[in-house]
Design a binder for this molecule. Sequence first.
Ligand code: SF4
Length: 399
Amino acid sequence: MSKDLSIYVHIPFCVRKCNYCDFLSFYAKKDVVETYFAALKKEIMLAAKELNGNSAGKDGQAMSGNPLVKSIFFGGGTPSFVEAEKICDTLKAIKTEFDLDPQCEISIEVNPASAIYDKLVSFKKAGFNRLSIGAQSLDDAELKVLGRAHTGAMFLETFENARKAGFDNINVDVMSALPGQSLESYIRTLEKVLSLKPEHISAYSLILEEGTPFYDMELDLPDEDTDRAMYHETKEILARSGYHRYEISNYALGEQDDPKYECFHNKVYWKRGNYLGLGIGAASMVDNVRWSNVRDIHLYVDAQMSKVDREVLSPEAQMEEFMFLGLRLVEGVSIEEFKRQFGRDIWEIYGEVIDKYAGLGLLEYRRSEAGRESVENTYLRLTDKGLDVSNTVMAEFIL
Ligand code: SF4
């Protein structure tokens, strides 16, 4: 494999299930949690054995050495639901088994209902340097409908505690288009969050997923115009407040193109870097081979063989992913990188669809440095208008 690797660790436990949640998450008793962490440790060791010493250079030539881990992300579920010691031990095992870049971004998702101060201090001491807090809303009535286990006040306390514990890189998740939510209450949430000056904000709108309680409920959802207004207000308010949008739903403090507070880990997914997923249901992709772990916790704990659905991606599948993941990013996709990875010009494969959407003002070319006009410097990206209808445009990049 090429040199860089990112690691995702799935902690599937939650105090209870939220009404809109279709993540692989559930409540579990202490003994189940114990066995899960033991299995996780085993998986870390097996994965390290498989990937270490097995690296290849950029052109596929053999290279000695281990992959360099550039980011680690503990997500869920709710990693803060379990004892901090278990999380910290797991991170320690990863640090022992893998080579970490000294600048490695190490994130953990926390829930205001369980992220007490002492836990946050332990996370910081263990080496976590980025925190992601699931606020969703600061309106207690909206949180209650969502089935969240926290209140707005609990979120504010968690944020304050996180700063006190020393976290200087914090993401806050907020959601729009919630049942009973007005444009005014959404803006109130956004402004309260902004008054705390987090380094990063993820702003998603609610999607009703099949199989969740919300899917079958009569909900008082905002109409389409309000939904659109929330989307546009997000962009405008965050831009005014010094955040740049670098992905459809993600905003980082600082000027456009300043990557300091952009989430390195998520960018690895969008740029199709190598990532290893640990824990139930976690997906991996290393050198264009993709697999995922079993979703059943008992199978995961009992069986040594946790990998399923191993798939070697065809060149077409790789090109499709390159386009529809890369176009999520505001910087777009590099035309030169496409040629480097696939040995073909982007126009040869996608000329027609590029012309169509460029003609409609939804796609544009962007030079990465002013004044230099060359293919190496050119990116293809969605325009602002294109980002608003991104799903329609991206669907046409399927071969
Ligand atoms: S806290 Fe997150 S992962 Fe857990 S049930 Fe709620 S939405 Fe799902």
